[in-house]
Design a protein around this ligand. Structure first.
Ligand code: GLN
Length: 282
């Protein structure tokens, strides 16, 4: 019989990643990662040991940990994740932070999240701004089912979900804040054939020759769905900042600015649907 410590050591050697090895063992045992440390000398049952081996093999074959466990933490939420949804990334929390700065805590504000996937961004905003009314769209019915389950698991009631492409299911509604983490990778980017991206829905990742097809559509239609002084905020690739600032300025957005992520890469850009259409960009 193997001890927890030995099983972990073997998995770390196979996977080359201690966190992955711990997350998968914790999942196999239905325990927390801190439990593993406190019980390093416990013996694993044969069933647990063989269940763990299967998980380690799945990971060795490249499957993302979040799809194996079906969970991923984002903001303050533990979210269900399936292969129908993009896996929420920590850098997308920057988009949530910037959106929250533009949503007063004591006012009812209408927010739209386009292409919500797991619901990560919509649910983080709805949780932290209980007075906000959030509508989240997604073209995929399967993704929306996951997002709805995430909302009900966390008892978040001020969010609703509608199916359709970008603004299509929103009729002529207007919003104070529109957020999106759209697909933005170039169709031929070799990264699409590497790592976790191989397992994620292509429709949530790639967007035309220059990766900007969906961002162009969102910017084109956003003006028809923003209230005066409303904000559009979206994530993009590290090398797309200049192009998206230009797109926003050309579409008459004001106060256009880009934020960098913790690795100092341009990660998200926002603009204000201003009545006085001066484009001060930075
Ligand atoms: N941030 C993801 C990546 O580059 C892509 C997500 C997206 O296209 N929205 O791995």
């Amino acid at each position: 019989m193997l001890k927890v410590r030995q099983a972990l050591l073997t998995a770390v050697q196979r996977l080359g990643d201690r966190v992955d090895a711990e997350v998968l063992l914790a999942y196999a045992l239905s325990k927390s990662r801190s439990w593993l440390i406190a019980h390093a000398d416990d013996l694993l049952s044969a069933e647990h040991a063989s269940a763990y081996t299967v998980l380690v093999e799945q990971r060795e074959a490249g499957e993302p940990v979040a799809y194996i466990t079906g969970r991923r933490g984002f903001w303050s939420l533990d979210l269900e994740v399936t292969p129908d949804t993009l896996i929420p990334r920590p850098e997308t929390e920057l988009l949530v932070e910037e959106a929250l700065e533009r949503i007063p805590i004591s006012k009812t504000v209408n927010v739209a999240d386009l292409g919500t996937g797991t619901g990560a961004i919509a649910l983080a905003i709805a949780r932290d701004r209980p007075l906000a009314q959030v509508i989240a769209t997604d073209a995929s019915a399967d993704a929306l089912a996951v997002a709805r389950r995430n909302a009900s698991r966390h008892d978040i009631l001020n969010v609703s979900f509608v199916q359709g492409d970008w603004f299509a299911p929103l009729g002529d509604q207007r919003f104070d804040v529109i957020v999106s983490n759209p697909p933005y990778i170039e169709n031929h980017d070799p990264h699409l054939n590497q790592g976790d991206l191989r397992f994620e829905p292509m429709s949530a990742l790639a967007s035309g020759e220059d990766g900007l097809d969906d961002i162009r559509r969102i910017i084109r239609d956003a003006g028809r769905h923003l209230l005066p002084e409303g904000w559009l905020l979206f994530e993009h690739g590290w090398n797309q900042g200049e192009a998206v600032r230009m797109l926003l300025c050309n579409a008459s957005f004001a106060k256009v600015s880009t934020m960098r992520d913790l690795e100092q890469r341009e990660r998200m850009t926002m603009g204000c649907w201003s009545v006085s259409k001066d484009c001060g960009s930075s």
